[in-house]
Design a protein around this ligand. Structure first.
Ligand code: ZN
Length: 167
């Protein structure tokens, strides 16, 4: 396997293959330090971008430092990730041509800041968050808007005598 890191049109640097890769190939392990969710949260509280990878439903986190940490997100990826005997791998979803950038769907599930996607896929979600997390965020925002509307109309609900100051 020959992988190189170079500038990407999706986001800063990306990981590219110089050789053809067969569908189903375990391309590269997502190596890094294994942390608990709490440790990772403490470490990266103030960092806008990280190379954290959630395992076991988010209970364990890999703080990535290898080549795999450069693999960008795409809404129409050519790779997926899979846990095999406790290790996280980047796996080819289809045959990949030499020169192609490797991507997988990040499906982010933690956070509220915008995480815009620039993958350029025809059916791009526009975000690195998972569809499920986006639905949760939309619900939360709708609730916040509804709450702000309530405060705005509230004065009208007051008894008439309270609405106009008495001279
Ligand atoms: Zn996208």
């Amino acid at each position: 396997m020959t992988l190189i890191i170079r500038q990407s049109r999706i986001h800063s640097y990306g990981c590219y293959t110089t050789r053809p890769i067969r569908k189903g190939t375990l391309i590269v392990e997502y190596v890094g330090e294994y942390l608990t969710y709490e440790q990772a949260d403490d470490l990266y509280d103030d960092f806008p971008s990280t190379y954290l990878f959630g395992l076991d439903g988010g209970k364990r986190i890999i703080d990535g430092y290898g080549v795999a940490a450069f693999v960008n997100h795409s809404c129409k990826p050519n790779c997926e990730t899979g846990q095999i005997r406790g290790k996280m791998w980047i796996i080819a979803l289809r045959d990949i041509e030499p020169g192609e950038e490797l991507t997988y769907d990040y499906n982010l599930y933690d956070g509220e800041d915008d995480a815009p996607c620039l993958c350029g896929a025809p059916r791009c979600r526009g975000s690195l968050y998972s569809a499920e997390h986006l639905r949760k965020l939309a619900k939360k925002r709708a609730k916040a808007v509804a709450a702000s509307k309530v405060t705005r109309v509230a004065p009208a609900l007051l008894p008439a005598k309270c609405r106009h100051p008495v001279n």
